[in-house]
Structure formats: structure tokens, C-alpha cells
Design a protein around this ligand. Structure first.
Ligand code: C2O
Length: 545
């Protein structure tokens, strides 16, 4: 195994898109940031140097970070932020993971532009679980604002309203030729006729789920969130923020130019960016593929409609593990988590900070608790040092009020309580979590992401979860493993996992506006027996609050 050393300088850089230049927070001046390529078993040593005006932390999304929460990154959860002018070195090892993950800033709204791919190849000499592709291409789907994104987002922070919708979507940082001033920069992927390539698709967007397709080409899904799947063929994928999906594509069509495109899957009844980002798959042998060919219009793919929830669910529920997996059968912790938006009454409803209906302020919650980040210390540092008063461990395992989540919505859940509550798990506990969308304020798909673990997605459905009848239908044979799962709008999804990683691990909606409103909680997984089941000591340069 190898150790990879990198320096990530976080700094503002002028970035030009849509004919205008905005000062953008980047890593090493790049947007998107650098791609990390490693093998399973390798170690990474990444010195993050903060030359920006904001506090920063970095998160390696999906890396298990076994016994090493210190490298996980969420601001005030596992570390205090890296202040402007300071640095922190993230040190971690990839243990038994391969596939596509990614990294992003995990403080304030910085991940809008601070992100990149993390590709994990199999150990030297071990093959892929699928035929070796000729080429591998990371495809980062993102969002772009035609103004300084941090200004847009900090305004949203202040008013408590949803941030402005983005002005463009991007593929590897480029909007593509359906937008103004983007034609020359449209990303092009040359292919040889007949070759098979691996597209490593990552949704690094801030607030948007996507449908993605390549015109006339079948995509064979082989992996999601760095866990293999039973290969299955599809004409499109649905991908939520935080998720990754690896697909094989064989260039078996008439040599020519074909668009790959992504647009929103948006089930909420709220304004959204309804534009389409494109890149071009270019057969090398296509006639006139030099400059002239570039003006010939590529073929456009068919994407499901913006609110086509049935297609979104049909895709997600087709995923399976390649063969039988070890799902926990006996459950130690049976958790039922309502996820959704809520509204907090304002004392002064005319305040600019109260932009919700009838002068309320938006707050999102799990089981009616709207998660508040501590200010005095990070959760992990407070826990490790035994500092009291930073958090409590009384997060409710079930919602305080039971109600019909899809119909008669109880007033009780309209007033979430702000608090920093954790839920304690014994090392090795077998956990089931059923997420239920509350449909309060709006019916929405919430991509729920758990740090430090992956989990089996054993079931999902529309309407209210029924604890009497639904568990009987769970797939306990070959459910897919993931680190981020979309809770169907107006429905539920059930996951199972083993809490085998001591430390404090954030669970949250990966729509950044919802995270910002408090749609999060954290697990405290206690140490097990001995060093191999206990949190490692923190590194000496860990930032202090
Ligand atoms: Cu990809 Cu908590 O994040």
C-alpha cells in the first residue's frame, strides 16, 4: 500500500462562467477541485491550508474513517474549523473500500464550490468485479450561481429562506452548450467505437437531485456509493446529492456526437432551477469531428420529467447487492425517525429573518429536534475531553407525537425544538432506522447521509410506514449498501447497519439548505473492548475552538 501526500490550498479564485467572473472559493485554484486517485489499503495525508476568508473543514464523503473520526471533517461535529491563515492535516487510510467517493467542504455553505472526486481502485493485482473498462471518467454534477455563491448562501442564512435556486447545473464544472457563453467550454469525452468506458457519476450539487442520461446509450450500473451492485441496464439514472453511481457505457452506436445531460428531479412544490447541463460523447471516428463537427448538433437523450417520482423510485429500487449479503437479522436498536421541514413562530413576524409562511422561520428536524451545532467546542473533542454541557444524549428514538404523516398533519410537529442531541449506540449494536417523510410544509425527497458507516437499504414505500406489515416485505437477502439514501417524497425508507465504528457520526439530509435548517442528528458510538474497538487519540494539530 502507498501513502499519498497532497496540499490543498483553499483560496478564492476568479472563475468565469456564463460570461461573468466571480470570486469563487477553490482548492488549489481549481473548480471543481483536484481528483484523488488511490487504491484500497492506501493512506492519504492531505494538508489543508486555509487561505480563504471563511472557516473551513473538509470531509471525505463515504470514507469509513474507522476509529478515526478526527479525519471525518464536519464542522463542530468531529473538529473545530480551520481558521483563515491556519492549516490542518487530514490523515486516513482506506480500509476495504473501492469505487467512487468524493470530498467536499463541510462548513457553512462552502461545498457549493469546494469539492472533487475520490477514486478508489482495487488493491494492486485484484480485478474489478466487472469487465475492465478501457477508460474511466469522473462526472461531477454540480450547481453554479451567476454571482458569488457565498453571498447568495449567506443571505439565505440570514433570512432563513431557501437560497436562490442556481442559475446553471454543471458537468465537471462546466454548464455546457445549452447555456449562454458556454459552448466553447462544453466538456467533451472522446471515445473509440466499440470501447467500454466507466462513468463515475457523483452528485456534488448543493440542493438538487438529478436525472442523468447519455443519448442512445444504455448505462449498466455496477456500483453505488463505493459498494458493488448487481449489474443492471437502464436508460437513465437518478442521483441525489451525496450519492455516487458507477455505470459502464459501451460505445456501440453509429459514430457521431451524443449529449450526456442532467436536469433536476424535483418533487417539491417550490421553485427550482429547471435548466439542463450537457457534455458531449464524441466518437473519434465520427465524420468531421474537428472544429466543423463541433457545430453539428449532437443527439439529445430522453430524461424523465422533472417531477417523475415513479421513474426515480423505479431506478432506486432496482439496485441490489451482487449476491447475498450479511444484513443484521436481530435488531438491538429499532429507530423511527421523522424527517421534514417545520416552521418556528417568530416573536416579530415582520423581521427579515422570518421568511416562512405567516411570518415564521424555517427549521427542519428529525423527530421534531432541529439540530444545532455547538459553539464552544466540537462534539467529538468535547466527548473525548469529557467536557460537559456541549451536548446531551437524549435524542428521541421515536417521534414525540404520532400522527398521519401523509394526511392530517399534527400542529405539534410544526414547532421543532432546537437542540444538540445525540443518540448513544453500544459498539457493535445492530441498528434499524426507518425514515419517514412528514410532508409538513412540503412533500420532499430527503437524501439521508450517515457518516462513518454504510448501510443496507432494506425497504421503502409511499405513505405511512406500517410496523405490522412492512417489515415482512424487507429485502434481507441482497439489499444494496450505500451511505446516502433518498427518502421517497411522502413515504419511508428503512436501513440496517452495524455500529462498528466508535466516535461521533453525523446523520443528515444532504440537501444543504435542509442541513442548514437543522435536518441532522448525530450518533455517539461508544468504544468497544480494547484498542481495536476504540477511538484513536486525536492528532496534535487538530484545530481547537
Ligand atoms: Cu457529504 Cu455530511 O456530507
Amino acid at each position: 500500500a502507498e501513502t499519498h501526500y497532497h496540499e490543498f490550498v483553499i483560496q478564492a479564485k476568479p472563475v468565469r462562467r456564463l460570461c461573468r467572473t466571480h470570486n469563487t472559493i477553490t482548492v488549489n485554484g481549481l473548480f471543481p477541485g483536484p481528483t484523488l486517485e488511490v487504491r484500497d489499503g492506501d493512506s492519504l495525508v492531505i494538508k489543508a491550508i486555509n487561505n480563504a476568508r471563511y472557516n473551513v473543514t473538509l470531509h471525505w464523503h463515504g470514507v469509513r474513517q474507522l476509529r478515526n473520526p478526527w479525519a471525518d471533517g464536519p464542522d463542530r461535529v468531529t473538529q473545530c474549523p480551520i481558521r483563515p491563515g491556519r492549516s490542518y492535516t487530514y490523515r486516513f487510510t482506506i480500509e476495504n473500500q473501492e469505487g467512487t467517493l468524493w470530498w467536499h467542504a463541510h462548513s457553512s455553505w462552502l461545498r457549493a464550490t469546494v469539492y472533487g472526486a475520490l477514486i478508489i481502485h482495487p488493491k494492486l493485482g485484484s480485478p474489478y468485479s466487472f469487465p475492465m473498462p478501457r477508460r474511466e471518467i469522473p462526472i461531477l454534477l454540480g450547481e453554479w450561481w451567476d454571482r458569488n455563491p457565498m453571498d447568495v448562501l449567506r443571505l439565505a442564512d440570514f433570512t432563513g429562506a431557501a437560497p436562490n435556486v442556481s442559475d446553471a447545473y454543471t458537468i465537471n464544472g462546466q454548464p455546457g452548450d445549452l447555456y449562454r457563453c458556454s459552448k466553447q467550454e462544453t466538456v467533451r469525452f472522446p471515445v473509440d467505437p466499440g470501447e467500454t468506458i466507466l462513468l463515475r457519476v457523483i452528485n456534488s450539487g448543493l440542493n438538487q437531485e438529478f436525472f442523468f442520461a447519455v443519448a442512445n446509450h444504455i448505462l449498466t450500473v455496477v456500483s453505488v456509493d463505493a459498494d458493488f451492485t448487481k449489474p443492471f441496464a437502464t436508460s437513465f439514472i437518478m442521483i441525489a446529492p451525496g450519492q455516487t453511481t458507477d455505470v459502464l457505457l459501451t460505445a456501440d452506436q453509429t459514430p457521431g456526437h451524443y449529449y450526456m445531460a442532467a436536469h433536476a428531479y424535483n418533487s417539491a412544490n417550490a421553485p427550482f432551477d429547471n435548466t439542463t447541463t450537457t457534455a458531449i460523447l464524441e466518437y473519434k471516428s465520427a465524420p468531421c469531428n474537428a472544429n466543423k463537427g463541433r457545430s453539428s448538433t449532437p443527439i439529445f437523450p430522453q430524461l424523465p420529467g422533472f417531477n417523475d417520482t415513479n421513474s426515480a423510485i423505479a431506478f432506486t429500487s432496482s439496485l441490489r447487492s451482487p449476491s447475498k449479503v450479511n444484513v443484521p437479522l436481530q435488531i438491538d436498536e429499532n429507530l423511527f425517525f421523522t424527517v421534514g421541514l417545520g416552521l418556528i413562530n417568530c416573536t416579530n413576524p415582520n423581521s427579515p429573518r422570518c421568511q416562512g409562511p405567516n411570518g415564521t422561520r424555517f427549521a427542519a428536524s428529525i423527530n421534531n429536534v432541529s439540530f444545532v451545532l455547538p459553539t464552544r467546542n466540537s462534539l467529538m473533542q468535547a466527548y473525548y475531553q469529557g467536557q460537559p454541557g456541549v451536548f446531551t444524549t437524549d435524542f428521541p428514538p421515536v417521534p414525540p407525537v404520532k400522527f398521519d404523516y401523509t394526511g392530517n398533519v399534527s400542529r405539534g410537529l410544526w414547532q421543532p425544538v432546537k437542540a444538540t442531541k445525540l443518540y448513544k449506540l453500544k459498539f457493535g449494536a445492530k441498528v434499524q432506522i426507518v425514515f419517514q417523510d412528514t410532508s409538513i410544509v412540503t412533500v420532499e425527497n430527503h437524501p439521508m447521509h450517515l457518516h462513518g458507516h454504510h448501510f443496507a437499504v432494506v425497504g421503502s414505500g409511499f405513505g405511512n410506514f406500517n410496523p405490522q406489515t412492512d417489515p415482512a416485505k424487507f429485502n434481507l437477502i441482497d439489499p444494496p449498501y450505500r451511505n446516502t439514501i433518498g427518502n421517497p417524497p411522502g413515504g419511508w425508507v428503512a436501513i440496517r447497519l452495524v455500529a462498528d465504528n466508535p466516535g461521533i457520526w453525523l446523520l443528515h439530509c444532504h440537501l444543504d439548505s435542509h442541513l442548514n435548517w437543522g435536518l441532522a442528528m448525530a450518533f455517539l458510538v461508544e468504544n468497544g473492548v480494547g484498542e481495536l474497538q476504540s477511538v484513536q487519540p486525536p492528532p496534535l494539530d487538530l484545530p481547537q475552538c
